[in-house]
Design a protein around this ligand. Structure first.
Ligand code: NAD
Ligand code: DAO
Ligand code: ZN
Length: 368
């Protein structure tokens, strides 16, 4: 069949809209009509060329929602008509990683996914016979995709696609880092570096967890109002403080119980660790730093009880946890609507990237 898709031909170039050939689902795969997709900073990271694993030409996009149209042989958990959110972190429930219960990083299809291919080592997308690569196993910048069954969360059918698509990455990454990775407890002081599409979800996760002070740190003063609406109690702009770590330690009576780095900058990663409370403060790195960058601190920071952690997709087990987050949204326990600042048709997808680069949007969503 044919599918309209935004193709990334090479790093640093705008996407172009193409009519691609899409082969049907093979064993263990499903064909999904994507109804909406968010544009996330990680798509920009890959498109910019900063991602060492970035491959071209490819169909980017990893924050979608849609409807199953067809299933390949052996698929048992999904059927045509099911509403789904594609998962860039699958959940096979059988690999060593899934069975460990210690991580959400299922490895069942990791190698082929990282090479832009389906698990059998081939691509379903092509143009005039030239294979076009998949991206993160999702490629939601295509109106139709083929993806493995284990990389689909089945969700309730009354949830609107143009908001719940954001649960495919940003919402789950931010809220999950608070409740599953850090396990923030009521009354804890939380500090969030970066109040973008991820950081604002960390803020709403911290509020849900019953955190005490919720301190937001951002260079962009326009982010303050939105962050306060989501539960931030104090805002610090690093431009207004000689030493941001000292300012946080003073404000939180000795340091953060939990801090979250949602920027992808190794300097703020260090600040996020060093603003933590002596003896127990934990810092969670969510931001993805540029290729080749390294983090540093004095080891004594760890000797004296601070803990450095990382979180991918909020520690969520996608097929199990994503449907729960959709329920929280439908039950008004979390707010997604106010974070979606722009909706665009596919042909305007490059405008969505420009809005993100200019710091004008929180989330732009492409609606097919
Ligand atoms: P974003 O651009 O929407 O937000 C970043 C925010 O950081 C902006 O508000 C910006 O003003 C602020 N900022 C930039 N430099 C700063 C500095 N030096 N000090 C203070 N504030 C600063 O980005 P996003 O979509 O929220 O993504 C954040 C990061 O999370 C990215 O690196 C992205 O790749 C990563 N990410 C990680 C995961 C994961 O699973 N770990 C998932 C999705 C995204
Ligand atoms: O090595 O098992 C693995 C895959 C890890 C993927 C984690 C992705 C999280 C960071 C990238 C942000 C995605 C939007
Ligand atoms: Zn697995």
């Amino acid at each position: 069949m044919k599918t309209r898709a935004a193709v990334a031909w090479q790093a640093g170039q705008p996407l172009t809209i193409e009519e691609l050939d899409l082969e049907g689902p093979r064993a263990g795969e499903v064909l999904v009509e994507i109804k909406a997709t968010g544009i996330c900073h990680t798509d920009e990271y890959t498109l910019s060329g900063a991602d060492p694993e970035g491959l071209f030409p490819a169909v980017l996009g990893h924050e979608g929602a849609g409807i199953v149209v067809d299933v390949g042989p052996g698929v048992s958990s999904l059927k045509p008509g099911d509403h789904v959110i594609p998962l860039y972190t699958p959940e096979c429930r059988q690999c060593k990683f899934c069975l460990s219960r210690k991580t959400n990083l299922c490895q069942a299809i990791r190698l082929t996914q990282g090479r832009g291919l389906m698990p059998d080592g081939t691509s379903r997308f092509s143009l005039k016979g030239q294979p076009i690569l998949h991206y993160m196993g999702t490629s939601t910048f295509s109106n139709y995709i083929v993806a493995p069954e284990i990389a689909m969360a089945k969700i309730r059918s009354d949830a609107p696609f143009d908001t719940v698509c954001y649960i495919g990455c940003g919402v789950t990454t931010g809220i999950g880092a608070v409740i599953w990775t850090a396990k923030v407890e009521p009354g804890a002081n939380v500090v969030v570096f970066g109040l973008g599409g991820i950081g604002l979800n960390v803020i709403q996760g911290a509020k849900m967890a019953g955190a005490g002070k919720i301190v937001g740190v951002d260079l962009n003063p326009k982010r303050e109002a939105m962050a306060r609406r989501f539960g931030m109690t104090h805002f610090l702009n690093p431009k207004e403080h000689e030493n941001i770590v000292d300012a946080i330690v003073q404000l939180t009576d000795g340091g953060a119980d939990y801090s979250f780095e949602c920027i992808g900058n190794t300097t703020t990663m260090r600040q996020a660790l060093e603003c933590c409370h002596k003896g127990w403060g934990q810092s969670v790195i969510i931001g993805v730093a540029e290729a080749g960058k390294e983090i540093a601190t004095r080891p004594f920071q760890l000797v004296t009880g601070r803990v450095w952690k990382g979180s991918a997709f909020g520690g969520a087990r996608g097929r199990t946890d994503v449907p729960k987050i959709v329920d929280w949204y439908m039950e008004h326990k979390i707010n997604i609507d106010d974070l979606i600042t722009h909706r665009l048709p596919l042909q305007d997808i490059n405008k969505g990237f420009e809005l993100m680069r200019a710091g004008e949007s929180i989330r732009s969503v492409v609606v097919y």
